[in-house]
Write a protein that binds this ligand. Structure first.
Ligand code: RB5
Length: 148
């Protein structure tokens, strides 16, 4: 599995923390920035990640901003992206089981680093259940295909 990760300037410390978790999990990743505390716009960094996910160059994406909300709004504009904003492990688990989410959004200002690492761990280690959920996920894809 290969993961792409990015944040905005507010979330650099949490990005570093998540990178340590990925290293511990021995999961290959690419850090798409930013690499300094200079102000940036979260939509630009969300797009860097989700375009790699949408093209299949990476399997999953992780996005971090102050709340995680701006990143998730931008990510979900892109066809094929199912981005989940999850600040608890239950949601992280079930968004993989039921929604087959391919991008996770987190808020640096919302939760601590320990919980963020746990959420990433659960999210990356939970497989999509498919079955009855596949019909629902397909409806999302059908809507995207009809609109684009
Ligand atoms: C940046 O100030 C802040 O708006 C951003 O990190 C994020 O929280 C947006 O949703």
């Amino acid at each position: 599995m290969k993961v792409a990760i990015a944040s905005d300037h507010t979330a650099l410390p949490m990005k570093d923390e998540i990178k340590s978790e990925l290293e511990e999990l021995k999961i290959e990743f690419v850090d798409l920035g930013p690499f300094s505390i200079e102000r940036v716009d979260y939509p630009d960094f969300a797009l860097k990640v989700v375009e790699l996910v949408a093209s299949g160059e990476v399997d999953k994406g992780i996005l971090i901003c102050g709340t995680g909300i701006g990143m998730s709004i931008m990510a979900n504009k892109v066809k094929g992206i199912r981005c989940a904003l999850a600040h608890d492990t239950f949601s992280a688990k079930y968004t993989r089981l039921h929604n087959d989410s391919n991008v996770l959004a987190l808020g640096q200002r919302v939760i601590g680093h320990g919980l963020a690492r746990e959420i990433v761990n659960v999210w990356l280690n939970t497989e999509y259940e498919a079955g009855r959920h596949a019909v629902r996920v397909q409806k999302i894809a059908d809507y995207e295909n009809e609109r684009n």
